[in-house]
Design a protein around this ligand. Structure first.
Ligand SMILES: Nc1nc2c(ncn2[C@@H]2O[C@H](COP(=O)(O)OP(=O)(O)OP(=O)(O)O)[C@@H](O)[C@H]2O)c(=O)[nH]1
Ligand SMILES: [Mg+2]
Length: 295
């Protein structure tokens, strides 16, 4: 290994739904963080690791910064964003092209003065006219002293290699923290819960109850087979029927999708059993949040 190997932490921050997790996955080159059209998909800080011959990038994907509903879950999620600032070498602020609003302004006010901030202007594939980018770049440049601004499309992989090139010099010279084939700091048990939660977020559409979570009650490995018991937590008894669907069809479909994705990620067969558990008010109960793994 050359003496100039770089290793550093990069926080990926921004409003809900701007594409932080899609970008983290794209930069890592593997799916380490779940994504959906719904705001507030990410609830935990997740490390996604990319190791190249010259550097190790440790991306810290964070929950979208939440301005409105201030329940205990949101407070915890916001705290997990701001507490990340102290531990990173560079901040990657993600915004949507053409969209710098009150949320972005509030985030900009909280940015630590001593940490370099790179602005990723995402979803440029959605712009009808690329000429709209220039005035937007001019406008956002005035909002903070960004180290760099880069238009990208996380979904299409446009500008993301350039982004790595821009970010690399901000990593300090240091040996790697993770093995070079590690992609995340999270356990298979955690990933299993997240994969099932993603299927819930993606399949329940407008009916998605905000107070939904997944708890892995049992995770056992027998040779190459993993036996997983997962509880879907809802905070109202009435939500049980929404999740199960007619004749159980919906829960079955979501479980099958989740099982297949787990099998791909873990590289072995998965036996997945899911059931619904009603736990009233968990999203506003600090103790219940702890038992669900919120940090
Ligand atoms: N068109 C387009 N859509 C994108 C792009 N990047 C992300 N998306 C979509 O935006 C939605 C939100 O993406 P996520 O990656 O889950 O966003 P997030 O910022 O992590 O969201 P939270 O975790 O809820 O804060 C998903 O439907 C993505 O497919 C992009 O470059 N172009
Ligand atoms: Mg996310």
């Amino acid at each position: 290994m050359s003496a100039a190997f770089r290793t550093g932490y990069l926080a990926v921050i921004g409003r809900p739904n701007v594409g932080k997790s899609t970008l983290t996955n794209r930069l890592v080159g593997a799916k380490v963080s779940i994504t959906s059209k719904k705001a507030q998909t990410t609830r935990h800080r997740i490390h996604g690791v990319l190791t190249t011959p010259d550097a190790q990038f440790i991306f810290v994907d964070t929950p979208g910064f939440q301005m409105t509903h201030k329940n205990a879950l949101n407070r915890l999620m916001n705290r997990s964003v701001t507490s990340t600032f102290a531990d990173v070498d560079v901040i990657l602020l993600v915004v949507e092209a053409g969209n710098w609003g009150a949320g972005e302004a509030e985030i900009a006010r909280m940015l630590p003065p001593a940490t370099p901030v790179v602005l990723a202007i995402n979803k440029i594939d959605r712009l009808a006219d690329k000429a709209e980018l220039l005035p937007f770049i001019a406008r956002v440049s005035a909002q903070h002293e960004f180290a760099a601004l880069l238009p990208i499309s996380a979904e299409k992989g446009v500008g993301t290699q350039e982004l790595l090139t821009v970010l690399a010099p901000y990593l300090p010279e240091a040996p790697p923290v993770f093995a070079d084939d590690d992609i995340t700091d999270r356990s298979e048990r955690f990933m299993a819960a997240e994969i099932l939660r993603e299927k819930l977020f993606r399949n329940l559409g407008e009916e998605l109850p905000y107070g939904i979570a997944v708890e892995i009650e049992k995770f056992e490995q027998e040779g190459a087979l993993r036996r997983i018991h997962a509880a879907v937590i809802v905070d109202k008894a009435g939500h049980r029927a929404i999740v199960i669907g007619k004749g159980g069809a919906r829960l079955k479909r979501m479980s099958t999708d989740a099982r297949k994705e787990m099998e791909t990620l873990f590289g072995g067969k998965v036996w997945l059993e899911t059931w619904i558990k009603v736990k009233g008010g968990w999203a506003d109960d600090e103790r219940a949040l702890k038992s669900l793994g919120y940090d």
